[in-house]
Ligand binder design. Structure first.
Ligand code: B12
Length: 211
């Protein structure tokens, strides 16, 4: 079994060589521990976030951490998305909400949804509520997934949900995700569901799409 404590700390220390060595070993062993490895990397990102908050790391370190996490996901991707049919079954929208530029988590969720058979219209980052509504209308989409990691992303998620209500599109189901999201946030802003894990996202969206 891989040393996930070491992996978490190596990610927190931005020790690229150790992170990649452990992840390549996970894949060489068949990838069964890929989900646990992703989890350890994410905990390492929490360490990066804390060191940024305490003033030990700077924005340049966050950028480097972002690149390292993207590389980590690329190494694990084949094992993370294994088991999907690959056939496109239902269309949905995914984006990072207005004023939030973080997209690593969104991109992971997208890979896993696509592997599960969804055709994902990825609107990118910093997406205006009106643009999400417009894309849903134009493409006749009934499932929307909103991502955000900044605390202020919650406000943008609410504005996006309100924009759907104002457009009379109550039949569109909206799931929210990202680190600041929780059951309480979900209730408060009127989302239909919330999740942290991409796998839970897939189960909820499959239920909604009836597939
Ligand atoms: C890397 C990083 C960056 C990179 C982002 C690169 C990129 N391409 O995304 C860069 C350098 C650009 C960046 C910028 C900034 N950042 Co930053 N960043 C981070 C860091 C270290 C990691 C984020 C990350 O990628 N995590 C790993 C991914 C895999 O996790 P995730 O996003 O949570 O996604 C998972 C789940 O949440 C879920 N999920 C994600 N999306 C969705 C969607 C749905 C629908 C579902 C169901 C699930 C789901 O699935 C994913 C996989 O499990 C975090 C610290 C942290 N602990 O998160 C700070 C952090 C988010 N950043 C922070 C800050 C302050 C900033 C800046 C303001 C810094 C500055 N002064 O400029 C800017 C903001 C820019 C902006 N307007 O968005 C703060 C936010 C504080 C807050 N509470 O609002 C954090 C928490 C750091 C901290 N502790 O201070 N950042």
């Amino acid at each position: 079994m891989a040393d996930f404590e070491l992996l978490k700390n190596a990610m927190g220390d931005l020790d690229e060589d150790t992170v990649k060595e452990i992840l390549e070993q996970v894949m060489a062993d068949g990838g069964a521990e890929a989900s646990a490895a992703l989890d350890a990397c994410q905990k390492g990102m929490d360490i990066v976030g804390s060191l940024f908050e305490s003033g030990e790391y700077f924005v340049g370190d966050l950028i480097y951490a972002g690149e390292l996490m993207t590389d980590a996901v690329a190494i694990l991707k084949d094992a993370l998305v294994a088991g999907g049919s690959g056939e496109s079954k239902a269309k949905m929208i995914l984006c990072t909400v207005k004023d939030d530029l973080h997209d690593i988590g969104k991109n992971i969720v997208r890979s896993i949804l696509e592997a599960a058979g969804f055709e994902v219209l990825d609107l990118g980052i910093n997406v205006d509520p009106a643009d999400v509504v417009k894309a849903a209308k134009e493409n006749d989409i009934k499932i929307v997934a909103l991502s955000g990691v900044l605390t202020l992303a919650i406000d943008s998620m609410k504005l996006t949900i309100d924009a759907f209500k104002e457009a009379g599109m109550d039949d569109v189901k909206i799931i929210i995700g990202g680190s600041p999201v929780s059951e309480i946030v979900c209730k408060n802003i009127g989302a239909d569901a919330w999740a942290h894990s991409p796998q839970t996202t897939v189960s909820i969206c499959k239920e909604w799409a009836n597939i």
